[in-house]
Design a protein around this ligand. Sequence first.
Ligand SMILES: Cc1cc2nc3c(=O)[nH]c(=O)nc-3n(C[C@H](O)[C@H](O)[C@H](O)COP(=O)(O)OP(=O)(O)OC[C@H]3O[C@@H](n4cnc5c(N)ncnc54)[C@H](O)[C@@H]3O)c2cc1C
Length: 416
Amino acid sequence: MGKPVVHVVGAGLAGLAAAVRLAGGPRNIVLHEAARQAGGRCRSYYDPALGLMIDNGNHLLLSGNCDARAFLAAIGAEDQLAGPAQADFAFFDLATRKRWRLRPNDGPLPWWIFSGSRRVPDTRPRDYLHLLRLLVPGKDAPISTLMRCDGLLYERLWRPFFLAALNTEPGEGSSQLAAAVVRETLAKGGRACRPLVARHGLSAAFIDPALAYLVQRGAKIHFEHRLRAIAFAEGRATALDFGAEVLPLGAADTLILAVPPAAAESLVPGLQTPKTTSAIVNAHFNIVPPPDFPPLMGIVNGTIEWLFAFPDKFSVTISGADRLLDVAREDLAERIWAEVAKVTQIEKSLPPWQIIKEKRATFAATVAENARRPGTGTVYANLLLAGDWTATGLPGTIEGAVRSGHRAAAMIVASQ
Ligand SMILES: Cc1cc2nc3c(=O)[nH]c(=O)nc-3n(C[C@H](O)[C@H](O)[C@H](O)COP(=O)(O)OP(=O)(O)OC[C@H]3O[C@@H](n4cnc5c(N)ncnc54)[C@H](O)[C@@H]3O)c2cc1C
């Protein structure tokens, strides 16, 4: 009898993380991906309009993202993430032209809020206490019912922080998801809060080394292999229908479905998943940033929210960006560049640009959508779910996606 097989469907981060955990073990791993390439919502490609490699979206991680970092360590790519040795975030306020740096101290005792040069300017230490109510365990509720969603500290710190983490206007965001992010990062101190960016692109960090790792350990990877249907009988998945080919599942075989929520819902009868999505808009400008410009800058009171300075370009992220989906790309490029020029003091007309609107970037991290997220196990004995939209306790992030894959792999190992 051959080894049992684990079929992983979907080669985004969730599927890759599950496959990497299981590869080289007692089961054969087969990865099926509908697209021509792996990475899903987290990948790099060559953009002819810019003449540069770009990421589909700038991705920011924090040093407290343990599962993401464990994944990178496993595939030998931890050095691909770059960031300051200590938590340090540059900020710029477009309304007042004020610049500052937010510098939480390393340890969990937050003495940085007592230091005028580390906290947000024009705020008082007691303003920060508002966050505590969010951290008291309780029923999930919109953030605005637990903490003030206005005022200087909110506009200059909590809104940018939670908008980036939840990809949802924070007032409407889920308190449980926001609290989970704070507990795993800021509440642990600056050591867990260092901003990290894949300096050579997302694929060089997360995708290419993972594929190489899997191939080296004998995993089979099929691209352009879209799962069209799953056959079920007696509480198990019994066959995978890829259109041209139908693969029967043996009694000991397992399926990890790591596809986006709508695809999972169409494949698994009775499955409930989050429905509402939230957009992210990214802009890239082919212009070399000044050498002393910070690699990352938070921008308040503008359209742009985070400005990334890569060695060969400036890139901008705007989260919760559904309001911009109908704005013409040319108008957006002009509007965004005008703000970038103000922040960077570069007096140049619009350089070559690219705008990427990811309409379904993540599920909307609201209370209602959070309640619709299914767990890893299903009613089918050999079918497990993975994806940033499953019930990880985190918003739709790299950390959540990787953790979901790790959980699915752990359940398979435990069932041995
Ligand atoms: C623009 C943008 C910016 C972001 N910024 C950040 C950030 O700053 N920090 C952060 O932590 N996170 C960020 N995220 C979120 C992060 O990218 C996602 O949480 C993560 O990539 C999701 O991975 P996944 O594996 O769950 O899903 P996906 O990446 O969607 O992977 C699912 C895979 O399944 C495949 N598939 C679909 N249907 C089938 C089928 N029937 N058969 C076979 N394969 C199929 C798809 O092609 C895809 O490759 C951002 C996302 C976007 C879009």
